[in-house]
Design a protein around this ligand. Structure first.
Ligand code: ATP
Length: 413
């Protein structure tokens, strides 16, 4: 012991102790640093795990909700017909079942006739469909104040007269029909080549009578709303009733009302269901109020005769391609706002544009303006129209000749 004690007291022994302490301290410090680092890493991992847990929890909640929804019974679409003292009268789409259902005061305040709502199995209203979500909004265009006027249409005065008599009179003076004791005509069918002003004519009547113009294209109905065609037709008439006075315009009616074939494909029977719905809407239209129907087709020869029976389209009006005088008038209409050189020979333009439809003439006028612009001029010259004609009618001429050689469809008045 003594020897050890004696050794510790050897010179330099204290220094050795200090060095050892320093080394221990360094070691400890390093250890603390390592532990601290490890702690930080563990903490980070813990936070990551926590956020992962939250995410998984949220996902689990979402799946749970979806699961709940899937387990719930489906909802159906219905239209509010009336708000009565005993509840809300709704009519379910598809089966036309009507029911009176009770609603809360808040819900009642939010509803009005014509609204589309979702209902459950118990026929209770579970929600209201926003108009923007309505499929029917995509299928039809509703124009509350169409701009076309009769003055914008050239060369078809007789046709304008026919449409005014059939559509305008029942809307503006229904009493005339009452006093004579006859039913007003139910609608008019315009037929003739494309671009001859059929749509314009329908819009002009709506404008003249301050009616809402509601249009739907038969081809879209068949191509875009497969399986929903008949519902869309029903909706079309419903929207019209909601917007009285209204003019319904069904363009390309041949797409839904062509002659029935024996084909049993699902596409065919779908088109036929749409057509049957259309016929039943036309038949049940006695109580139509201020709603008139105008239909149009380029394929009169294809139409199903059922559509042409009395009481459906009472008036069939042919809108032909414009003759030379009509073309002159249409040129004048479409150049009214154009900056033209003096003394344009409109008769010459009309002769030059033989076989052009009204829509072609409008394109020729626009194209003539483009020639002037490309040439750095502000004034459109006669030769611009001649050049424009080449451009616009080049591709169409062959088609027109082919069409002209076909027998024209019968015109009724
Ligand atoms: P489609 O059968 O192809 O639907 P449509 O007969 O309904 O054709 P519109 O859509 O009315 O023809 O015409 C297209 C455009 O052509 C009109 O916006 C108008 O600018 C012009 N147009 C057609 N016919 C005439 C016309 N008779 N007078 C003046 N412009 C016309």
């Amino acid at each position: 012991m003594d020897q050890q004690a004696g050794q510790s007291e050897l010179p330099g022994a204290g220094e050795q102790d200090d060095t050892d302490d320093d080394a221990d301290a360094d070691q400890l410090k390093n250890r603390v640093e390592t532990l601290e680092q490890q702690h930080e890493e563990m903490e980070q991992k813990y936070l990551d795990a926590q956020s992962e847990t939250t995410k998984l929890q949220q996902k689990a909640n979402r799946l749970e909700q979806e699961n709940q929804k899937l387990k719930q019974s489906p909802t159906f679409v219905a239209t509010v017909k009336e708000l009565t003292s005993s509840g809300v009268l709704v009519k379910q789409h598809g089966n036309n079942q009507e029911a009176v259902t009770e609603v809360t005061d808040e819900r009642r305040e939010d509803l009005e006739p014509g609204d589309r709502v979702t209902i459950n199995n118990n026929l209770s209203i579970t929600g209201k469909l926003e108009r923007g979500l309505d499929a029917r909004a995509q299928a039809m265009q509703v124009d509350h104040s169409p701009e076309a006027t009769y003055d914008d249409i050239g060369g078809i005065e007789d046709q304008i007269e026919g449409v005014r008599e059939t559509v305008e009179m029942p809307l503006e003076s229904p009493d005339v029909f009452d006093s004579v004791g006859i039913d007003p005509p139910s609608g008019v069918l315009l037929h003739g080549p494309p671009g001859t002003g059929k749509t314009m004519l329908a819009k002009a009547v709506a404008n003249q009578t301050d009616a809402t113009f509601i249009s739907m294209a038969g081809s879209e109905l068949v191509q875009k709303f497969i399986g929903e065609g008949s519902k869309m037709v029903r909706d079309l008439f419903e929207v019209a009733r909601e917007n009285e006075p209204a003019v319904i315009f069904i363009d390309e009616i041949d797409a839904i009302a062509s002659q029935r074939t024996d084909s049993k494909t699902s596409g065919e029977s779908e088109v036929q269901r749409t057509m049957m719905q259309l016929l039943s809407e036309l038949d049940g239209f006695d109580d139509r109020g201020d709603v008139m129907i105008i239909a149009a087709t380029n394929r009169f020869d294809m139409l199903d005769e059922a559509l042409l029976r009395p009481g459906r389209f009472d008036r069939l009006i042919e809108v032909p391609k414009p003759d030379v005088d009509a073309r002159e008038e249409i040129f004048q209409i479409h150049t009214e706002e154009m900056n033209l050189e003096d003394d344009i020979d409109f008769e010459g333009l009309a002769e030059m544009a033989a076989d052009a439809s009204g829509a072609d003439i409008r394109s020729i006028c626009t194209e003539a303006g483009m020639f002037a612009i490309r040439d750095g001029r502000e004034v459109v010259s006669e030769s611009d129209f001649f050049q424009a004609r080449e451009e616009v009618l080049e591709d169409e001429e062959e088609e027109n000749h082919a069409e002209a050689s076909q027998p024209s469809s019968p015109a009724f008045a």
